[in-house]
Write a protein that binds this ligand. Structure first.
Ligand SMILES: C[S@@+](CC[C@H](N)C(=O)[O-])C[C@H]1O[C@@H](n2cnc3c(N)ncnc32)[C@H](O)[C@@H]1O
Length: 284
């Protein structure tokens, strides 16, 4: 409903400038078809800031204050955060039947006891908590190996939701019943209709804001498994290739990369062996 005030119009020139900037900052491509969406979503911010044109808004975003305070909110507006528990569920079968047994064998030969997994582009947490459920269940039957999950995203809004670990019941359907009983707590009172992930599982997942466009990743440890699913579809080929080169760097000598089923790993595929649909092995 209109409040009677005049809505600023996003011109083609302003759209081009903003989309080129978004591409530079986070690699996300905004084709012209996204102009209406961008305009509608940013109008709310303009109203809140009492800014009357998109040009003035963009100048503000570029200012030192804007870069610190507004840019993260603008990125929240342009990112697509759709996710689900057990999304592309076949991946979790590949994980438990092939990838984890492979690591169990390898760890038995060496002296490693902690498996490190990275959910890269974790959105609101459904992916890292799915991983935590699957890994906890698997390693409860294998003595001597523990796991930790790093979950990162560029979008501050989804990270805040992920850290709370509270989910509406409507989104829990893909979680197998026995996992729901084991790993979720039913909300009471005001939290009725919601579930929260149990603390033992929450402790296994740490969250961090990270932009894939950063020159090098501020991550302390090398990874055994990287899930980066339904992220690179928003990037062009060059950005994808650069990202996979950085993932290679972030792997231990031996690791597995999971990408989304509608994504492909063209450029760097020569350096990684395809082991299942959208699953690659990286040997350095
Ligand atoms: C569609 S969600 C996918 C979530 C989850 N991986 C899944 O498959 O359900 C894509 C996520 O990638 C994040 N993303 C997009 N560009 C990014 C960037 N440059 N750096 C880090 N994360 C980014 C978005 O914020 C979004 O949460």
């Amino acid at each position: 409903m209109s409040d009677g005030s005049i809505q600023p119009v996003l011109t083609d020139r302003e759209f081009k400038k903003i989309s080129a900037f978004v591409y530079d900052v986070c690699g996300i491509k905004l084709p012209p078809i996204k102009k209406t969406m961008l305009s509608a979503r940013l109008q709310k911010r303009l109203r809140q800031l009492r800014i009357t044109s998109f040009s003035d808004y963009f100048s503000y975003v570029l200012s030192p204050e804007g870069r610190a305070h507004e840019l993260p909110l603008m990125i929240d507006v342009v990112s697509t955060n759709k996710t689900d528990f057990f999304r592309e569920a076949k991946h979790f079968d590949v994980l438990t039947t092939r990838v984890l047994p492979d690591f169990v064998k390898r760890f038995a030969q060496g002296n490693r006891k902690l498996l490190r997994v990275w959910s890269a582009g974790c959105s609101s947490g459904e992916e890292p908590y799915t991983l935590a459920m699957v890994l906890d269940d698997f390693f409860s039957k294998v003595a001597g190996i523990d796991f930790s999950i790093l979950a990162t995203d560029i979008c501050t809004e989804v990270l805040a939701k992920a850290e709370k670990a509270v989910y509406h019941d409507a989104g829990l359907e893909p979680i197998p019943t026995r996992f729901r009983y084991k790993y979720l707590m039913r909300g009471k009172g005001q939290q009725k209709g919601y579930h929260r992930v149990v603390p033992e599982l929450r402790r296994k997942v740490s969250f961090q804001r990270l932009n894939f466009m950063d020159k090098c990743f501020a991550i302390d440890h090398k990874m055994d498994i990287i899930f980066c699913r339904n992220v690179i579809i928003y990037f062009d080929k060059k950005t994808q290739a650069d990202l996979f080169a950085k993932f290679r760097e972030q792997f231990m000598a031996y690791g597995y990369l999971f990408i989304g089923h509608s994504e492909s790993l063209e450029g760097p595929a020569g350096q990684m062996e395809r082991v299942a649909s959208a699953v690659y092995k990286c040997v350095k």
